[in-house]
Write a protein of this length. Structure first.
Length: 221
């Protein structure tokens, strides 16, 4: 028999995955449109992972023994009132996984593993177009303008996934114009760009480079 408690528990155990995925794509600034099937599948798999962590925690520290659906319902509806603490714990686990997703997307962990798999190949396959692949590690760039002028600067931003190709240069310099005023940043739109030259590149910081483990600090000079 399907009860209100059963439906409530089902919603509580399915919704966390969707919450984690939405937090991940928001923090990770995912600009590509995600299909409904992929969103639902990722949310469902995330929910299973979250539920396993949640059940493990309440069994280890809460004194519960989850053996069937009824025992799981007792976690939330075992007393006369709703167990708010269990719901908060489930939400915290979901938020934690969502933050982990966001960090993974921000630092592009999938690209790290992709490079390791294709370590001995001369050409790597990437899920983005050459515009993104060529600029993602660029530092100093020179842009040939439609007007015939050149401008050099440090690449601050560039457009991505199916957007108009725009660049933002920090501290731009126009070599052909000595009297040009100093600028903090310069936005260059697609219709102004003829060609982009990458003069220097920078090593992309990984997660463990920015947030080293305590033990790794001893090895630094």
């Amino acid at each position: 028999m399907v009860t209100v408690e059963t439906l409530s528990v089902a919603a509580l155990l399915i919704a966390p995955g969707l919450l984690a995925v939405l937090i991940g794509v928001t923090l990770g600034v995912v600009e590509q449109k995600i299909s409904r099937d992929k969103l639902y599948l990722t949310s469902f798999i995330s929910s299973i992972f979250i539920d396993l962590i949640f059940i493990g925690i309440i069994q280890t520290f809460g004194g519960y023994q989850i053996t069937d659906r009824a025992s799981l319902e007792q976690v939330f509806f075992g007393t006369e009132q709703f167990n708010v603490g269990a719901a908060i714990l489930l939400a915290l686990v979901s938020i934690g996984l969502g933050v982990a997703y966001g960090l993974g997307l921000t630092y592009n962990i999938s690209h790290y593993f992709r490079e390791k798999i294709a370590l001995y190949r001369s050409h790597h396959r990437n899920p983005w177009q050459p515009w993104v692949g060529g600029l993602r590690d660029a530092d100093q760039v020179m842009v040939e303008m439609e007007t015939g002028d050149d401008v050099t600067g440090r690449l601050a931003e560039f457009s991505r996934i199916e957007k108009e190709r725009q660049l933002v240069l920090r501290s731009p310099v126009f070599p052909d114009f000595e009297d040009e005023p100093a600028r903090e940043k310069l936005i260059i739109t697609e219709d102004q760009i003829t060609r982009v030259h990458v003069l220097t590149t920078r090593e992309r910081e990984g997660f463990w480079t920015r947030f080293p483990l305590p033990g790794s600090l001893k090895n630094r000079k």
